[in-house]
Design a protein around this ligand. Structure first.
Ligand code: AOS
Ligand code: ZN
Ligand code: ZN
Length: 388
């Protein structure tokens, strides 16, 4: 095993963006259960996100969703967030809730609809200028339900044209990340169903276009860490949407369903140069908390990522390389498992304390009285929007 202190030296580089919609009521296409204290405004969502960062030191930025988080003055919103110690992060577009988009948005064969969808993304880029955001994240609900319903090739061609126009609108330091999802809400075909399609489309655009990998958007049994490795190898991994799935796009707390998978993903992120602020890979959560309280749900999530990152940093890479070179399958596997099975929680508690953070952020939140306060202050919290 590596010297633990040395191995964990890079832990301070971990930053996880939290989604504004996780603080609102959302999370399922069935009953969305409200929780007391739910934010009524984007400002209140940001305040809750700032609490997560204050207690963990892990979540310095908040992703916004347009139009759910529409305000008149984004520069003022940026100031407001800065006052609470957080920044505004990725801007998520939304072309999946308006009647006009019934048959598609950026892929639509109806030119007025396609123009409307492109204009929405250019509007998002304007917002990014005001918020100082780096990334425009595009996830499309576009697809069809029945074979023959539409021409898949034509839709792919129109997608390429639409993305080109959006890409041309990006500022120098802005990027576009294209998220893929294998099904839902479309059930026969989806226009960006897999990393290959996202890769092909973003490759054609240029270096400011990258792939967004949502961990919940794959078929059961998919080796996600292989995709992570490949995209990093190709220089095309832009960001993650972290969450857990048991069945489909469940949007549960990251690391809840399969901590070992999260460990394997973080190992490949580190191995492939995707870790740290300079790497260009943005780590985000894309989750909903339908049953559990939202702020502790988010705290648990960023702590889970931190825990699996710490374990991944503990992999003895020299011993691993040696075992791999010598063809010692079991020794190589043991090096991996030694790191995964290391309980890093006591070390992380110390790490936090040494940085003036609470050793146990979950307990610190419970003790803070913040939840009680917002339960009293906020009546009639709003739904975040359509379940993510
Ligand atoms: C949808 O399935 C995607 O995961 C999106 O990234 C995201 O959840 C959505 O934009 C929020 O509703
Ligand atoms: Zn997502
Ligand atoms: Zn999703």
């Amino acid at each position: 095993m590596n010297d633990v202190a040395t191995a964990l030296g890079r832990l301070g580089e971990l930053a996880i963006e939290v989604p504004s919609w996780a603080y609102g009521n959302s999370g399922t296409r069935f009953k969305v259960f409200g929780t007391p204290g739910t934010p009524r405004t984007v400002q209140e969502k940001i305040a809750d996100a700032a609490k997560v960062h204050e207690l963990t030191g892990l979540a310095p930025t908040v992703a916004l969703h347009i139009p759910w988080d529409r305000v008149d003055d984004y520069a003022a919103l940026k100031e407001y967030a800065a006052g609470l110690g957080v920044g505004l992060g990725t801007i998520n577009s939304n072309t999946f809730q308006d009647d006009e988009y019934k048959f598609g948005s950026l892929t639509s064969s109806t030119e007025s609809v396609r123009r409307r969808a492109i204009a929405h993304h250019l509007d998002c880029i304007e917002i990014m200028h005001a918020t100082g955001s780096q990334d425009l994240k595009i996830w499309l609900a576009d697809g069809t339900n029945y074979p023959g319903q539409d021409d898949m090739r034509g839709r792919q061609d129109r997608l390429a044209e639409s993305l080109q126009e959006i890409y041309a609108g990006l500022g120098e330091n802005q990027r576009l990340v294209l998220e893929y999802k294998f099904f839902e809400p479309a059930f026969y075909h989806t226009d960006v169903p897999d990393w290959g399609t996202s890769y092909a489309q973003t490759l054609a655009l240029g270096e400011k276009a990258l792939v967004c990998l949502d961990t919940g958007h794959h078929a059961p049994g998919t080796n996600i860490e292989f995709i992570v490795m490949q995209l990093l190898r190709l220089g095309k991994l832009g960001s993650f949407d972290f969450n857990s799935r048991f069945y489909a796009d469940d949007d549960l707390i990251v690391g809840a369903a399969d901590p070992f998978q999260l460990f394997r993903i973080m190992y490949e992120v580190i191995r492939g140069g995707g870790f740290g602020k300079e790497s260009g890979v943005a780590l985000m959560l894309d989750q909903c908390h339908n049953l559990e309280e939202k702020i502790p749900g988010q705290i648990r999530s960023v702590l889970n990522v931190q825990e699996m990152t710490a374990r991944a940093l503990l992999v003895d890479t020299a011993a691993l390389a040696e075992a791999q070179r010598s063809g010692d399958v079991l020794a190589a596997n043991a090096v991996f498992n030694d790191a995964f099975y290391t309980d890093v929680r006591p070390i992380l508690a110390e790490w936090r304390e040494s940085r003036g953070l609470p050793a146990d952020p979950m307990a610190a939140f419970r003790a803070s009285g913040y939840q009680k306060q917002i339960n009293e202050d906020r009546a009639g919290g709003q739904q975040a929007g359509w379940g993510a």
